[in-house]
Design a protein around this ligand. Sequence first.
Ligand code: FE2
Ligand code: FE2
Length: 167
Amino acid sequence: MATSKSILTEHEITRDRLAELLNEDLAREYQAIIGYVVYSQVLSGAEYMGIADQLEIHAKQELDHALIISRQIDYLGKMPAVTPKSVRTSKNPKEMLRFDLENENETIRNYRDRIRQCEALGEFAMAEQIRQILVQEQDHQIDLATALGEEVPDISGPQGRALGKRR
Ligand SMILES: [Fe+2]
Ligand SMILES: [Fe+2]
């Protein structure tokens, strides 16, 4: 089921639709910037000092991603979005880290789709730029899962595995 759906999606993708989806990605990058700016400063306590420093690095990387994604949207002839997806906050450090991890999982799922969609349109350079972002998002995911003392979540469905095989 998932395989036939993914083939259909690849056939249905257009440059306009890709630009729309990239604007969703951009809104997620803005969300990530805001989340990491705030969380890196309010996470306190000796046990969270290491991860707070890492979140500060994430914040800067998310800004780089936002710039790269905006450039791709402009290249496709569309206007980059200006509104972030909503940022959840919590007074509980574990909950904050959990929100970050869930957002990263969602981001990774989307970028995996986006790479396939770029390739379906013959936009190989764009696919490569997004691959490089994806590598950093996966590092963020690992940092957060580690801070939470959890296994890195397996979010690779049949589509993710198919992509892995092609590499
Ligand atoms: Fe990002
Ligand atoms: Fe990230």
